[in-house]
Design a protein around this ligand. Sequence first.
Ligand code: ADP
Length: 644
Amino acid sequence: MTTGVETFEFQVEARQLLQLMIHSIYSNKDVFLRELISNASDALDKLRLEALRDASLEADTSDLHIALEVDKERRTLTVRDNGIGMSHDEVVQLIGTIANSGTATFLKELRDSKDAAASQDLIGQFGVGFYSSFMVADEVTLLTRRAGESQGTRWVSSGEGTYTIEEVDDAPQGTAVTLRLKPEDTEDHLYDYTSPWKIREIVKRYSDFITWPIKMAAETADRAEEPDESDDSAPELETVNSMKALWARSKDEVTDDEYHEFYKHISHDWNNPLETIRLQAEGTFEYQSLLFIPSQAPRDLFMQDRKRGVQLYVKRVFIMDDCEALMPEYLRFVKGVVDAADLSLNVSRETLQQDRQIQLMRRRLVKKVLSTVKDMMSGNPEQYATFWKEFGRVLKEGLLGDFENRDTILEVCSFASTHDAEEPTSLRSYVERMREGQQNIYYMTGESRSIIESSPHMEAFQAKGLEVLLLTDPIDELWVDAVPEFDGKQLRSIAKGQVDLDSEEEKNEEAEAEREQRQKDFADLLSWMTTTLGDHVKEVRLSSRLTTSPACIVGDTHDVTPALENIYRAMGQHVPETKRILELNPTHPLVSGLRTAHGERGDDPGLADTAELLHGMALLAEGGELRDPSRFIKLVAGRLEQTL
Ligand code: ADP
């Protein structure tokens, strides 16, 4: 008995993705099977876990497996599991919509990319799971019953906008996905998914390590040649995968290809990982771990609902995805598996956080990941460059929270620098290049390389040939405040505090006398300007960091920078505005001219305007924002008029 067929529309994003799959130019269509087997394997994991935790669950867990069935005549391929299954509502929720927050961005990028190879690449990065069946099928039927429930659900769609759902009484527990395969491509006989031989080959290649048996009808000679319709005895099934947990095998038993396929299975990424990290701990507390660094950052790396990528197993039994107790937030891009021998199968997320063994494991895993990056840096600079481009911004978050590993994190960071226009530098190399007598590592934060490079603060450093790190990530504003030094050298912002770049020889009596004289000469101007600009700055003083610009704005050594103020405000915190310091270049004609004019005319309102213009120019020069742009423009226009 059925209650009739209901028709539903796919969610907009789901529809767009399906269109992509139907017209897919993705060259490696074989991967659809990996995706379906991956889902089936997850469903078996979930059932085993639920049965462990809930003894009253009425489910059959005696022969958990995946079965693949080929029907040459009807041109169908079925992937069947007797796992957790889905309820009616779950089918609508999980199969009809896409929950991943990166989807919208992904689809937009895909639409924007004109070039076919690039969009292939994007599909690969995204991994589309169940929907990839529509690359090879023109109709997909999913028959499912959730373990413990009596009612089953049949879902059917050709992927074109709608799907139907129907209640079914006699569905077996678990899920069967049946693909009606597209007519064979006459030009390209490379794939024939009705060939049991081809299916076996794909399973071996992509899913061999799946820890559940994947079964197919045994290939007896006559059955392979001519399937006997009248023979209704169940075909003999044989397991086609080796089922070996890769992380438990010794290194030389596993090929790179096998590692890569395993990575794709757990990460839903279609590309190879950048690096594979193995760790097998023996002794009283035994665990094995297989971790991967992806070759590309996932789209949701900076989104709110992003997940961490490490799965926890206990003695080969899958326990949970996204095990945040095993990896800190700043290594959330690391994917993989940790299998512990001595944990209880009943661990929960809450108890894990407190568990001492887990804490020890986490410490060890973090150190291992960081040392792998360090090895990359020295052993394979190209690979490291990719790593840094994709994950550097996230890794730097560790400088804020992980005190224990701060030095190692600093070692593996790299930064843009005035030393080289293209290549970033490590702090270690910076220190090696430091001038004799140079005490500090100089940096400046800002919005972009070009803004920082042309900011007046750079002038004296350029003149003296001192290297400055150019920090342009928002996170840089935060960590520089928290990290005082590297290798005994102070980290110093060139836009804060006083700078004294003169060498010992340059600090002779003559120079000192000259400096004192200048202070005297400018004392009046400075105190007048400090009062006149009192609403905007806390002090006006002479600068030793300018060579060509008339003025610049600096902060006190421990002041919050304007960019950091903005970050805090964006996070909803109330921050009072910090007044900064205006520094003047006494050798600039505008500044020396202003001094003379002030000496002669005192409190002339025109001079106050000039002071205000100087301040505005200094703000603009560092890429800052004027408080009242229209007033500034009026003043500039007035001055320009006078020159005509
Ligand atoms: P993903 O696997 O990346 O989450 P899919 O589109 O492949 O995306 O699947 C969406 C969801 O549908 C899965 O997360 C799972 O909850 C459910 N699902 C898919 N296949 C099965 C299956 N064979 N058994 C139970 N649930 C499944």
